[in-house]
Ligand binder design. Structure first.
Ligand code: ADE
Length: 218
């Protein structure tokens, strides 16, 4: 799976790409993450990528042409590509979308919106889907793009050492279903690990996990 991220702040992705499991997945060539500086795709003087809003309004708007140029030059020929604009909207990201991205596409291009918005013609020309990661306004789409890359990457075969990591986790009707987890030491603040988990009886442990699956509502 290849992710291509278009941003005016490429440096925000430095630690994201070089830390922990995402770094390992890149090294194993399970995923590829390319960061593209939008300023490299503008024909304007001084690498300008934004301008004031027609009709007036506060703040600057990202210009259409640099983004369209970037998408067109990044898109891989003969690959199933999906172009996402990160922006406040009512189309929210979730686990199911991540699964669909992993199953249906080879390349995902993520356009990080900034300032007061993006020229509407970007949506009319190169965007397949506008996605928000939640009902709040971020300073830009960069964090949102990391959320999508992170969640989708976990679904790619070979991301985890063991393929069964994903078996026990699920979202059902917006609720996260899992059993409580414990690690050493056995006692913390006078609270002990449930005895069955240290019994060594695998059947009993499985039974306990099944009956203790709980719904985290917050
Ligand atoms: N840009 C600003 N806010 C956002 C959000 N909630 N999701 C995605 N992109 C955004």
């Amino acid at each position: 799976m290849q992710f291509d991220i278009i941003t005016i702040f490429p440096e925000l992705f430095d630690t994201f790409k070089t830390t922990s499991v995402i770094k390992h997945a890149i090294n194993k060539q399970v995923i590829t993450i390319n960061i593209h500086n939008l300023r490299d795709y503008t024909d304007e003087k001084h690498n300008k990528v934004d301008d004031t809003s027609y009709g007036g309004g506060v703040g600057m708007i990202l210009m259409a042409q640099p983004i369209i140029n970037a998408v067109k030059s990044i898109q891989l020929p003969n690959k199933k590509c999906h172009v996402i604009l990160l922006s406040p909207s009512t189309n929210f990201f979730n686990q199911e979308k991540a699964k669909k991205f992993e199953q249906n596409f080879d390349q995902i291009i993520l356009i990080c919106g900034r300032y007061e918005g993006v020229d509407e013609r970007v949506k009319q020309t190169v965007v397949d889907e506008t996605i928000s990661i939640g009902e709040y306004v971020l300073t830009g789409g960069e964090l949102a793009s990391m959320v999508i890359v992170d969640t989708t990457s976990r679904m790619v075969k070979g991301f985890f050492e063991k393929d069964n990591v994903l078996e026990n986790e699920s979202y059902i009707n917006g609720k996260y279903i899992e059993y409580p987890q414990y690690t050493k030491p056995e006692i913390v603040e006078e609270i002990s690990v449930p005895k069955v988990l240290i019994s060594g009886n695998h059947q009993e442990i499985l039974k306990w996990k099944e009956t203790n699956k709980i719904k985290y509502t917050n």
